[in-house]
Design a protein around this ligand. Structure first.
Ligand code: NAI
Ligand code: MG
Length: 398
């Protein structure tokens, strides 16, 4: 295999800590790569007035594959207060570099696998029919549309007159909201386009086929949100019939899915949803497999850009620890998703097997796996540090 170039974006807080650990594992597993480090996050906002500098965008555009730690975001007022004095009052506005990346590169497909590791003390446990505890092994992969829907940003408080007039042409609006003064209205739209709904649904089916999942579940609410959820369901039905007859198509409503979450999570395979329901359902399943220390993700664009990152943020309260205590698994798993994407599946599988061995053996556990409150002294209580966890994974690589 030719040497790869990977853009490494450490970001802030524990993002930088766990990224370093993932690179250590990749090196130890024999992945031949050059890492080019890119600037992103809070420091660059404070120093330059831009948390996502153009040079970082150029790097990603050039090399296409990025491993990303996490960044710190703060509300607008706090952001402005922390700007370098020479930049104050010059009209700099903070906006999240994650949203920036998503929009700039059109990272419309977000993939969030949630897989239980055998022996993980954080695995969900339920009571079976005869009252005995059962530990279902979850293996669910959520495909979340990342750029449209409720997080698409098309929203108003006190909407402009033309928007209000357009809304008033809808009988339901007139009937149900016509009484409300325009000034007291807040409107957030939920826009789905055929093109990007088709893309996320197709990506879900292709994934199911490639990796042997028996079903794709559309998790929306088409009986109530008829136009947008309905569009996804319609596209999925036609696509399954035409292109993926060997994969079953299931349909759950987001609310019922949350209720059933703990009843039969092991029965689901690939799940596809719009932006907000995808966010909800992926966090819900992540809770069953160990939470933020285990939740990995990938984002893809139409032109093949891939950004791989843990779901967790920069956890500032743990960032300054002399000995880091956070769980590196979510980041290392995100690196495995990157390896899958660039056809280095064998290395990815070796790393996943090493993680699985460490967890099943149960000797090395980070503080979250011991259900401790994160404090500097958890290592004194038997919790592994971030580096000790990584070392254990590296030692298991075969
Ligand atoms: P967070 O994910 O950073 O931390 C929440 C809590 O989860 C932590 O206090 C810790 O208890 C636990 N946790 C997180 N990662 C862990 C790990 N690897 N191992 C063990 N436990 C872990 O979310 P929070 O506190 O809401 O946000 C902190 C900062 O991160 C904010 O500035 C926020 O804007 C940003 N953020 C960034 C994201 C990203 O870069 N993708 C995503 C979410 C938040
Ligand atoms: Mg979320």
């Amino acid at each position: 295999m030719a040497r790869r170039t990977i853009v490494a974006l450490p970001g802030d807080g524990i993002g930088a800590v766990v990224l370093k650990e993932a690179v250590r594992v990749l090196d130890a597993a024999g992945f031949d790569a050059e890492y080019i480090y890119g600037d992103i996050g809070w420091d660059f906002w404070c120093k330059e007035g831009n948390p996502l500098p153009q040079r970082t965008i150029d790097l990603i555009a050039k090399h296409k594959i990025a491993l990303f730690g996490a960044i710190t975001s703060k509300p607008k007022d706090e952001a402005v207060a922390e700007l370098a004095p020479e930049l104050q009052g010059k009209g700099f506005n903070y906006s999240s570099p994650i949203v920036g990346l998503r929009q700039h590169f059109g990272l419309d497909i977000c993939v969030r696998p949630c897989r239980s590791y055998k022996g993980n003390p954080l695995n969900f446990i339920r009571r079976g029919k005869d009252g005995t505890p059962e530990e279902p092994m979850v293996d669910v992969v959520i495909f979340r549309q990342n750029t449209e829907g409720l997080y698409g940003g098309v929203e108003w408080s006190n909407p402009p007159q033309q928007v209000y007039d357009a809304l008033m042409t809808h009988p339901k609006f007139r009937e149900n909201f016509g009484w409300c003064p325009k000034e007291e209205l807040a409107v957030s739209t939920r826009i789905f386009t055929w093109k990007y709904t088709e893309r996320i649904v197709r990506a879900a089916f292709e994934y199911a086929l490639k990796w042997g999942y028996k079903s794709v579940t559309v998790c929306e609410k088409p009986n109530v949100i008829r136009e947008t959820s309905g569009l996804m369901w319609k596209i999925a039905k036609e696509m399954q019939k035409k292109d993926f007859p060997g994969v079953q198509l299931w349909n759950t409503n987001i609310d019922a899915q949350m209720m059933w979450l703990t009843k039969n999570p092991e029965e689901y395979g690939v799940i596809v949803a719009g932006n907000m329901f995808g966010d909800i359902v992926s966090d819900a399943f992540a809770g069953l497999i160990g939470g933020l220390g285990f939740a990995c993700s990938a984002q893809f664009s139409e032109d093949g850009i891939g950004v791989f990152e843990p779901t967790h943020g920069s956890a500032p309260k743990y960032a300054g620890y002399e000995v880091s205590i956070v769980n590196p698994v979510a980041m290392i798993e995100s690196a495995c998703m990157m390896l899958d994407y660039i056809d280095e599946k064998a290395i990815a599988e070796r790393i996943r097997k090493a993680i699985a061995d460490v967890i099943e053996e149960g000797r090395v556990k980070t503080y979250d796996m011991m259900k401790l409150t994160g404090k500097p002294d958890v290592t004194g209580m038997g919790a592994a540090s971030t580096t000790a966890m990584t070392d254990a994974i590296i030692a298991k690589l075969k």
